[in-house]
Design a protein around this ligand. Structure first.
Ligand code: PLP
Length: 425
């Protein structure tokens, strides 16, 4: 029976049989017992299904992965130990030394650094494009060795909305998949596969968890990209993997080729799995995701409107505000609301921004975003401090940008706290 998102949030993934716990159990075990050598050997030879080592599969983790997969509408999901690991694996699963990919330049600072610095050290090059460029300008970035296109549904911290359908068409025209980091929108507000995206990633640390209790990530495969049609571009998927029984992923696993390779090759060799305890916590968060997201959006809309009307505020970027540059794209991709994150700048100097933030009461300064508690951050001094001013501008992060992550408290209290802090500048 096909279920709605709300039901999947609450009941997806864990399907207890008679006499089993109603609540997802924590299988906090590295290993799983077998009574004969042959039974264990059959698992290694892929002749039988079963758990044997938590780095490759664990019942708690699998149940949560199944829930997220169902929410996004994919064919398979792999959970990772962080959002960073998810984005690394999503790219590294199809790119190797000598390859190239294209990414939006308005992405989270950590991802910007991963792509622009660390992947380069591994011989994987990328071109940062401005999503506002014309098709012609962006298409000029494709090279014969380009393997994918990457962007964030709603960018962190700028709040720019990614034109998924436009970029999916462009990627497909050049024979590569579109990968979208859907962290801020969550599948409650946007399901990128419905717009032609091929692979979705998440930092589950954010809204999916919602309580800031664990760091985690996810990669979900739509199963829609035809790797065989571009077999020469993706030899890792379309030719035998000698380290994995000489299997060719596309032939052996069909639509699940990408996600199977990610587990059986990358997870096997690099690790980065989440702890079952963390997956349990993530699952608790997911059970209320459908209730929290509308409240985040409702509160953020009111706060954004209040900020816009405030004479001390220089500018506000929230795609729910009519007249915002991304309003029309938000209406298309995020008709039920975007997220709780607002970017704004105060009139005056950087010092004023710091004084405002220091004067806040329960709206806390934390290096986090997208959870139940309202929080605030100055990316230029915190998350993005490794970027130069030029890189900051390239990433759409103004030096005066304050990132306000509106929580699910009473909105009048949130506004009152902002108001009293503004009076102190
Ligand atoms: N993607 C986005 C959009 C993020 O905002 C973040 C973190 O803020 C990440 C990825 C990285 O996730 P994590 O902190 O879980 O490694």
């Amino acid at each position: 029976m096909k279920k709605n998102l709300e039901t999947i949030c609450v009941q997806g993934g864990w399907k207890p049989k008679n006499g089993e716990p109603r609540v997802l159990p924590i299988y906090q075990s590295t290993t799983f017992k077998y009574s004969s050598t042959e039974e264990m050997a059959d698992l290694f030879d892929l002749k039988a299904d079963g758990y044997f080592y938590t780095r490759l599969a664990n019942p708690t983790n699998d149940a949560v992965a199944a829930k997220i997969n169902e929410l996004e509408g994919g064919v398979g999901c792999v959970l990772t130990s962080s959002g960073q690991a998810a984005n690394f694996y999503a790219i590294f699963n199809i790119c190797q030394a000598g390859d190239h990919f294209i990414t939006s330049n308005t992405i989270y600072g950590g991802t910007f650094n991963l792509f622009g610095v660390t992947l380069k050290k591994l011989g994987i090059d990328c071109t940062f494009i401005d999503p506002d460029w014309s098709d012609e300008q962006i298409e000029a970035a494709f090279q014969p060795n380009t393997k994918c296109f990457f962007g964030e549904t709603i960018s962190n911290p700028g709040g720019n909305v990614f034109d998924i359908e436009r970029f999916a068409k462009m990627a497909h025209k050049h024979g590569v998949p579109l990968i979208v980091d859907n962290t801020f929108a969550t599948p409650i507000n946007c399901r990128p596969f419905e717009w032609g995206c091929d692979i979705v990633t998440h930092s589950t640390t954010k809204y999916m968890d919602g309580h800031a209790t664990q760091v985690g990530g996810a990669v979900i495969d739509s199963g829609n990209f035809d790797w065989e049609a571009y077999a020469d571009k993706f030899p890792g998927l379309t030719t035998p993997d000698e380290s994995y029984h000489g299997l060719t992923y596309t032939k052996a696993f069909g639509k699940k080729a990408y996600v199977t390779k990610l587990v059986s090759q990358l997870m096997r060799d690099l690790g980065s799995i989440p702890a079952p305890q963390n997956c349990f916590l993530l699952n608790l968060g997911l059970e209320t995701l459908h209730l929290r997201m509308p409240r985040h959006c409702e509160n953020a809309q009111k706060v954004a409107e209040w900020l816009q009307a405030n004479p001390k505020v220089a500018w506000v970027n929230y795609c729910g505000l009519p007249g915002n540059k991304y309003y029309d794209l938000a209406q298309k991709y995020l008709p039920n609301g975007s997220c709780g994150v607002i970017a704004f700048g105060l009139k005056g100097t950087r010092e004023e921004a710091v004084r405002f933030m220091d004067a806040l009461d329960f709206v806390a300064i934390v290096t986090h975003v997208a959870d139940a508690r309202t929080c605030v951050l100055h990316p230029a001094s915190h998350t993005h401090r490794q970027l130069s001013d030029e890189q900051l501008r390239e990433a759409g992060v103004a030096p005066d940008l304050i990132r306000l992550s509106v929580g699910i408290e009473n909105v009048n209290d949130i506004i009152a706290d902002l108001e009293q802090a503004m009076q102190k500048i």
